[in-house]
Write a protein that binds this ligand. Sequence first.
Ligand code: ADP
Ligand code: MG
Length: 541
Amino acid sequence: YQGLAGRSTLEVLQLYSAHGQQQKLQGSSVVTQLCGTIKKKLKQDLKSLRTFALELSKDFHRQSKTYLYQVLTAVRGIQLQNEAMQMFQIKSLDLEQSLQEVTERYEKEKQKRRALHNSLVELRGNIRVHCRIRPLLPFDTDAGHSKSEDRQRNFSEKVAYAADDETVLVKCSRPGHASINKTFQFERVYNTLESQDIVFVDVAPLLTSLLDGYNVCIMAYGQTGSGKTYTMLGPQLEENFAYSIEDESELGIIPRATQEVFRLLSEKPPGSYWVEVSVVEVYNNEIFDLLAKDSYGKVFSVKRDVVTTREGKSDVPLLTHETVENASEFLNLVNKGLQLRVRHPTLVHAHSSRSHLVVTLTITTVNSGDNFGTSWEEELLGQKNKDVSCTFPQKMRESRSSSSSRASSPTQLEATEKLKQVKTRLQLVDLAGSECVGMSGVTGTALRETSYINRSLSALADVLGAIAEQRPHVPYRNSKLTHLLQDSLGGDAKLLVMLCISPDQKYLTESMQTLGFGTRARQVQRGQVKKKNFPVLSKAK
Ligand code: ADP
Ligand code: MG
């Protein structure tokens, strides 16, 4: 503005306008420049954005490709795994199937092996020994009145197991005692869960043998409370000792065997056989006839004696043999006899039986002299002596009913010269408890009983020992029990010893003793048991 001093307004206005124009000119060129820069910048940005977008999409493509690949790989992997799984499933099914086949084959082989073993047992005249381990029972825990420390424990501990169906394992380690880990082999071992039905499955073939003409003896051995009576008869009712027939599945060997025998007999020609029963108790080394009747017909126990006949067989003269027509008649008689059986509760078990019980079922079959030695079926087909064989047993029965002796009179035999009688015998023995004296905590009469029981059971072991060692003299007569059972023990019968043991540790000593007895019994070889109705044929073979 200093320069404007002295200038005219016009000049000033001219100058101002020129200045303004110049400024305008300058301003527009700046804007243009700025726009250019911005454009340039924007272009650059756009370009880099494009590049970035391109890169991004490329990256995205690349990554999605990678991911896709990974997904595909994973899917493939899963597919492969699925396939592998299916393969495994197929393989496992195959394996399962082949395992089943192998198991079936194994079972078959086992049965074959058992059958072969049975034949071997039979050929050698061995004694079959089975062992049954009963379950732990409530009274195992409260049998603790004895001074013995073990028996005061109020809990049970299992020490005896069925390792398999032929092996008993006794395993026990107690502080202060040598540990026990022992196995015992028998023809058959029943575990605690195996029922009366299963036990009978193994007994049934012996009954077929009985009908084929072999004598059979089944004997239960074990301490009191180990399940002998349960196995032989079934569970007993507390008051009257009649065994409960309500629950058929609980029935023991004696009722089942009788039913089976009568079932088998029903297939034979009617009237060609008859069945008799005798019930004997061996108590304090005396033999008692439990079916003897007084003059009023009431059953009471009468002392009898056992003798050796001229043929070297044992016999009980005057022993009552009652004829029975069916299983229930048989069981009624056995039941009557059982009411008279001597008992004395030991601490081990409230219903201890202090005597040996021998129930004998005798089948007498009548064959005509002509076809002696032929089978029943052949006889049936032939129908040769139909009327004779039908009437003969009836006559026999009538004449026998007046006397209690089973011996048929010579006149009868003369009258029926051509008829041959064959007697086969099923002896069912429930032995007295094999526990040691000290164990039961008994005194006085019971102690005497126990010592008799112990003596008779050791006599039994001695007899088996003598037979096993093939000693010339077998001490049958050392006890009434062995004398009575002489024929069955000596090889006249197929003999099955059913060992009964309690699994509880309290009874370890007794169980070991029982298992030891069974092991020795297995070693007995008596020569082949003879068939009764084919004496000629078996000799000829
Ligand atoms: P034992 O005749 O040897 O003295 P018991 O047969 O009287 O022995 O058995 C003793 C108790 O055990 C009985 O009450 C009987 O019912 C029960 N018992 C035995 N064995 C079995 C078993 N296998 N299953 C269930 N209870 C059994
Ligand atoms: Mg008993």
